[in-house]
Design a protein around this ligand. Structure first.
Ligand code: PAF
Length: 281
């Protein structure tokens, strides 16, 4: 596995690979890797000649009061994990080399970004779309795998690729969960033992809504009420949102008919966790 730090070198190598007729699979990450990331890498590995992974804690997608500085980092461990799944190039740029001091061009999605996480994290998806565009221009992937845990991010990236004609296929990677159901996330590391137990309320409330829909309850007010009730039982749990939205437009719905994305964000102590499922009725 080759570690590349310079953006220019990454792009030069990607161009060489393309000229040699190789297909490139790409998984962008912010590091502190877990099984969820590895599953995305394995999916890309299986479909391409060359696998590129980036590790970059992107400053432009963090708000002023968010956890940019505290975001967990462990490059040596990440490097070993990347090696273990057959990564060919690990792109690990310094923040100063990714953004010019006077950078003034941004990629902003205007329809899907204002709801769910975008409502409580203004500017977040502008940072994500901008850095992913930059990474696509440096890595030149044929295919890129994004996790379904970040459901809104995934849909926004798909929209960006469609609307800006990026020549890359976006592949959805299923959510990977701990044995007790907690969705894997680098931020789980912030949780104390007790908070870790309390964090199970996210999955529990999604399960409850799914079961109610299967049993014939389609009224979003009833479903949300039940979920909020379950989460309110947990000490330390504060709901940011529990949203039922159309799976494509992300517009709020009042009934579960067709494909509905049920997404939630809950703060457990100071750690904000997200999870989701797609309800089909
Ligand atoms: O999902 C993430 O880890 C980040 O948002 C991404 C896609 C790597 C962009 O910084």
């Amino acid at each position: 596995m080759k570690i590349v730090q310079s953006p220019q070198e990454m792009q030069r190598r990607a161009l060489e690979l393309k000229r040699a007729g190789k297909t490139i699979g790409f998984v962008p990450t912010m590091g502190f890797l877990h099984e969820g990331h590895l599953s995305l890498m394995k999916a890309a590995r299986a479909q391409c000649d060359v696998l590129v992974v980036s590790i970059f804690v992107n400053p432009t997608q963090f708000g002023p009061n968010e956890d940019l500085d505290a975001y967990p980092r462990d490059f040596e461990r990440d490097e070993a994990l990347c090696n273990s799944v057959g990564v060919d190039y690990l792109f690990y740029p310094e923040p100063a080399t990714m953004y010019a001091d006077d950078a003034s061009v941004w990629v902003d999605e205007e329809r899907l970004s204002g709801v769910l996480c975008g409502a409580s994290r203004p500017g977040h998806f502008r940072g994500v779309c901008t850095v992913v565009s930059k990474l696509f221009n440096l890595v030149l992937p044929d295919l890129s795998v994004f996790g379904e845990k970040d459901a809104q991010q995934l849909r926004i990236i798909e929209r960006m690729v469609r609307d800006l004609n990026f020549p890359v296929q976006i592949v959805r990677g299923p959510i990977v969960r701990e044995p007790d159901g907690l969705a894997m996330s680098s931020r789980n590391k912030y949780l104390t033992e007790e908070q870790r137990r309390n964090a199970l309320c996210l999955r529990r409330s999604l399960d409850r809504a799914e079961a109610m829909v299967k049993a014939g309850e389609h009224d979003v007010r009833v479903l949300r009420g039940e979920m909020e009730h379950l989460i309110a039982d947990v000490p330390d749990g504060v709901i940011d949102y529990v949203s039922f939205v159309d799976d494509v437009s992300l517009e709020p719905v009042e009934r579960v008919d067709g494909r509905v994305l049920l997404a939630l964000a809950v703060k457990i102590g100071s750690t904000r966790l997200i999870d989701n499922t797609v309800l089909v009725a």
